[in-house]
Design a protein around this ligand. Structure first.
Ligand code: ZN
Length: 256
């Protein structure tokens, strides 16, 4: 039996620091080998443990479909930690590539026009979507400038913060705890991904909960939507009124 496989390049990659000749070197593992899913994958994906948490489900699916990342072999029993430490955007990228391998490039979607209310179907060609990449020598972090500032105990004030992109572990924790509460999920992601506010020595606990909704929207946009990888924001013209609406890419369930 021959199984379809392909090699793809991760937009962020698995990043680690290794010892080489006595000095510490940053290494980016970007090449991922993926294969078509088999019956074992299907059985694991439909098990109750993975179905109770979307983050865990993606990890299970990727452990079955990815066979290699850089120098590391991946299997259902090997290097789960690497799959979990990939950014949510790299995990989404892999899901899209697996979908392309199984079903091809054309993704049918449905939309409702925000202007005239028309419901319509359209097709996205996944091969034509833009993919943005974080180069090896750049850190996978994002800066956000808020309209609100916060203070530390010394009275220093800041409205600019640096965040890392959320990874699979954060995805599993947050979706497990707050799948039905986007507010709590946003606060949790902001707090877990914050590296620091410029010039502050610490931040007050639950700082993100006190932020206005406009600033919290910036957090979701920067950490979940405008991330490296496939451009997930699509501009779709309505066939009825011709105006262009914005929607986000949604993978169909290619297991159904
Ligand atoms: Zn319309």
């Amino acid at each position: 039996m021959s199984v379809k496989t392909t090699i793809v390049k991760l937009p962020v990659g698995y990043r680690e620091v290794v010892e080489e000749n006595g000095s510490k070197v940053k290494k980016v593992h970007r090449e991922a080998t993926i294969k078509e899913l088999d019956g074992y994958a299907e059985e694991a994906i439909y098990s109750s443990a993975s179905r109770s948490n979307p983050g865990a489900l993606i990890t299970t699916l990727l452990q079955h479909a990815v066979t290699k990342i850089g120098d590391y072999e991946i299997s259902p029993t090997k290097n789960k930690r690497i799959i979990e430490s990939l950014t949510i955007s790299d995990r989404m990228f892999l899901m899209i590539e697996i979908r392309r391998l199984i079903e091809g490039d054309i993704l049918p979607m449905s939309a409702k026009c925000p202007y005239c209310g028309n419901n319509f179907e359209y097709e996205v060609n996944l091969a034509e979507l833009e993919v943005s990449v974080v180069p090896d020598d750049k850190e996978p972090v994002v800066e956000i400038e808020f309209s609100t500032s916060i203070k530390d105990k010394n009275g220093n004030e800041s409205r600019v913060a640096i965040f890392k992109y959320p990874d699979g572990k954060i995805q599993k924790e947050v979706l497990g705890a707050y799948a039905d509460n986007v507010g709590k999920a946003t606060t949790a992601i902001a707090e877990r991904c914050l590296i620091n506010f410029e010039g502050l020595i610490e931040v007050p606990p639950r700082w993100a909960a006190g932020f206005p909704l406009s600033d919290r929207k910036k957090i979701r946009k920067a950490l979940i939507i405008d991330t490296p990888g496939y451009n997930q924001v699509l501009q779709i013209p309505c066939p009825n009124c011709g105006r262009v609406g914005e929607t986000t890419l949604e993978l169909d369930s290619f297991l159904a």
